[in-house]
Each structure stands twice: as C-alpha cells, then as structure tokens.
Design a binder for this molecule. Sequence first.
Ligand SMILES: Cc1cc2nc3c(=O)[nH]c(=O)nc-3n(C[C@H](O)[C@H](O)[C@H](O)COP(=O)(O)O)c2cc1C
Length: 367
Amino acid sequence: MTTNILFSEFKSTKLSLKNRIVMAPMTRSQSPGHIPTSLSVDYYRRRAEGGVGLIITEGINIDDPSSAGYSDVPILHGEALSAWKLVTGAVHECGQKIAAQIWHVGCNRSKDFDLDNNIPSVSPSGIYYLGPEEQKHSVSELSLKQTEEIIESFARAAANAKEAGFDAIELHGAHGYLIDQFFWDKTNQRTDRFGGDTLKERTRFAQEILKACRRQVGSEFPIIFRFSNWKLGAYDHHLFQSSHDLEQFLEPLTAAGVDIFHASTRNLNTPEFDNSNLNLAGWTKKISGLPTISVGSVGLEQDFIQSFTKSPSNSIDPLIERLESDEFDLVAVGRALLADPHWAKKVESGDFSNILPYTPDCLSRLY
Ligand SMILES: Cc1cc2nc3c(=O)[nH]c(=O)nc-3n(C[C@H](O)[C@H](O)[C@H](O)COP(=O)(O)O)c2cc1C
C-alpha cells in the first residue's frame, strides 16, 4: 500500500505542515531545575531531521505552583524561555514546526514526585478519584479566585510559547489532568460558573482558558486542544457515551477558539461509538468541521498503557486507509518515534525492515 497520503502537505487556515506526521507529546522528566538542556535540543532536533512535520513537546508546566506533578518536567517561563528558544530554533533549522504542550496536573500528582508540602495538590472540588488507592493524597479545592488565577497562568504560558518561537500551543485537556478534572462530574461538583450538571457547563474552565490564551497570542496563532475519552487510573470512565455527548462537548470549545482538535485514543483503529467505524478523531472532525489529529499505537501492536512490555511492530495500512478516507487530517506517533527518531523517513522510503523496534528501555533513555 502506498504511504503517499502521510507525506502530503497539510494546510489549514493557521497552520501548514510538510506532512501529516505529528510527534505525540511525551513527558521526559529530563529537565533538571525544570529547564530544558542541550540534550532536549538534540532530542527534538533528531525527530525534526527524521521528517516529523509537527512536533508537540512533552507536557510543560505553567507558572502556577501546583501545576507540576512529576520530577524534572520543564516550565515555560523565566530562565526556561531562552532554553526553549534553542529547541524551537533547532526544529526550524530542519524546516519543521513545533507546538508547546501546556499542562497543569491538578490532583494527579505522582507519589514519586518530591511534593513540596507547602504546595497543595488542587482539584475542582477537592476530590481525588484518580489513580490507585495507595496514591491518594490530600487535595485542596480550588477557590473561585484560584481558578481564575490558573486561567491567567495558562494564558501567560501561551504568550511565552509564542515569544519562545513555538508555531502553536496545545492545551492538555486529556487523561485526567486538571482541565479534564473540570470536565468529569466525579471530580467537578462545583456550584459556581465552572460546575454544572451537564458536560457542556463543565467545559467552562477550558473555554475561559482558550479565550484567555487567544487574547495573549492573537487571532492568527494556532491553538490545538487535546482531549480523551479515558483517564489515567480510571480507564473505564467515559465522558462521551455517544456522538451526541461529544457534540455537547465540542461545540462550546470550538466556539471558544480551538483551531485543531487532538483526540487522544490508545489505538486509533478502535471505533469510538456503536454503528460506525469512525474513531474519536473521525467523529470530532465530522461534528466540529475542524482539522483533527488522531493517535494511538501507530506502527505498534500494543497500546501505550502496556509501555513496559515490548510492543512488536505492526502494519500502518489501517492508518493509511483512514487517512485516505479523510476521517482525520494528521496522525500523532508516540513510542515508535521514541524508538526510532527516523521513523518518518524510513516509512517514506519504504525501509520498514530497518525501523528500530520499540522496547521498554526506550522510556529510560528519552534522547
Ligand atoms: C513516555 C510517555 C510519556 C507521555 N507523556 C505525555 C504527555 O506529557 N502529554 C500527553 O498528552 N500525553 C503523553 N503521553 C501519551 C502520548 O502522547 C500518546 O498519546 C500515547 O503514547 C499513544 O501513542 P503511541 O501509541 O503512538 O505511543 C505519553 C506517552 C508516553 C509513552
């Protein structure tokens, strides 16, 4: 099967890319003092040289003190800005583009992280529902004022991303982190304007973040919004049971200024709802009319929750079929690009037998 569609240009109103391959955001925990290093520059440069059209960075913490959930995760302010300029410069030298993923973990902090006891974990209603029981820790409920301050903190990060030379931002609204905690009725039981009985009402926090970011970056700067229908530690909980639920979710976010949706799934070949083969990105494009990024197990047999086992490589033919049917526009590739920074070029030249295999130790050498 020809892979030409993967290597065709992508053009949208605010973002043009050389091809359809996006590097999925992947936390590296390799930024001591929260500042990206020369190894970070090399890491991203290698993927750009390897032919990735758009790199989405690892999640980057905003300047709210409770934003960080893991060790050595980078920030997007102060001293880190000049370090990020080196990263964006390196990617641009290779003729490719890069988006900053902006992230607040809310209550979903790793217990391995050296928590500063003066900085509480926060969540919309002070409820910790995610993750295994033994990871539970005390969580403080965000006041209205704190919630509004976090929105401004996201907006400052967006402005800083633009200043550091990023081509776009991606807001991390997926996987059970803070923005997603506002979407979920189990973690959001607020009675102010950020709560509500309907999913639509619970998108209010994300809407206000989108609008605040937009005010900072202007009308021409692309904003990508990542979301998922699963959560770390609560895999079986679904925000959307049907395409109708998804519509209630997407409509206010689209109106608030999303340019591209990134629908995070663990395997992009899994249909999202009954009676259709469309995956979550496919439904998202159909409902919103916006360009979408799909993701999940490209080139690999097992999904990323099974990251600690070796995943044999797998055919990309089903992905090509979905792209050719215009189900979605772009595809994010995670672990396959950790294993082989030149994955895209090798696929383009049909050199499949020389693609380096994904093994769990790729996670401990994120270079
Ligand atoms: C090591 C690792 C770190 C990740 N960190 C993030 C992250 O910071 N932000 C995010 O949205 N997703 C993160 N993910 C999820 C990936 O973006 C992607 O959705 C997932 O790996 C599925 O793609 P794949 O099957 O091609 O690996 C991470 C995944 C891995 C394996």
